[in-house]
Design a protein around this ligand. Structure first.
Ligand code: ITT
Length: 189
């Protein structure tokens, strides 16, 4: 069995790869295959996850798993949401993106936020499956830790004082939106 991870994000490849490893599935990433990166033109996580998985399935003729995810801040009406990657700019500067979130939040009391992950699995025959995971938490400042990726250093999941950035990969997996979505996938298939 061969599965394409339709993502160019190394953090996602590491996390999903670790989840798939015990299952004996041969995983190849979009980066390794030099797949083009489609424009994420949809306005929802589900839409963009399906768009990425279908684009990869079309060119590889293999089952493809895509991940669309992001940080949603309640006091910012769900921003950055599907624009989470884009807030970091072309240089993928997440220190800047976290600073932007912090600045927009200002002195407001509501620091609640959540991560969403939508996994879309698309087969070459066009059949598709969609799974979603969510983790609620609190935004901390200054950001702490060097683990994980993206907005991890400013996000502490409910029930924890440490941020995702301060956790090992195995600890983050106990809480993460991605692990929850992946568990739903395993349950269904
Ligand atoms: P692909 O589209 O190639 O998969 P991407 O980084 O562009 O990579 P998204 O469009 O789904 O992916 O953007 C999601 C962004 O949300 C991602 O770049 C992170 O900054 C953030 N994000 C998602 N999951 C995260 C996590 O577990 N921890 C921290 N930040 C996360």
């Amino acid at each position: 069995e061969k599965l394409v991870l339709a993502t160019h994000n190394a953090g996602k490849v590491a996390e999903i790869g670790a989840m798939l490893a015990p299952m004996g599935i041969h995983v190849v990433s979009a980066g390794e295959l030099n797949l083009p990166e489609p424009d994420e033109t949809e306005t929802t996580f589900v839409g963009n996850a399906l768009l990425k998985a279908h684009a990869a399935a079309k060119v590889t003729n293999l089952p493809c798993l895509a991940d669309d995810s992001g940080l949603c801040v309640n006091a910012l009406n769900g921003d950055p949401g599907v624009y989470s990657a884009r807030w970091a700019g072309p240089g993928k500067d997440f220190a800047m993106a976290m600073q932007t979130v912090h600045d927009k939040l200002g002195a407001g009391d509501d620091r609640s936020a959540y991560f969403i992950c939508v996994l879309a699995l698309v087969y070459p025959d066009g059949s598709e499956y969609v799974f979603e995971g969510r983790v609620n938490g609190t935004l901390v400042w200054p950001a702490r830790g060097v683990g994980g990726f993206g907005y991890d250093p400013m996000f502490a999941p409910d029930g924890e004082t440490r941020t995702f950035g301060e956790m090992t990969p195995a600890e983050k997996k106990n809480y993460s939106h991605r692990a929850i979505a992946f568990a739903a996938l395993v349950d269904a298939l």
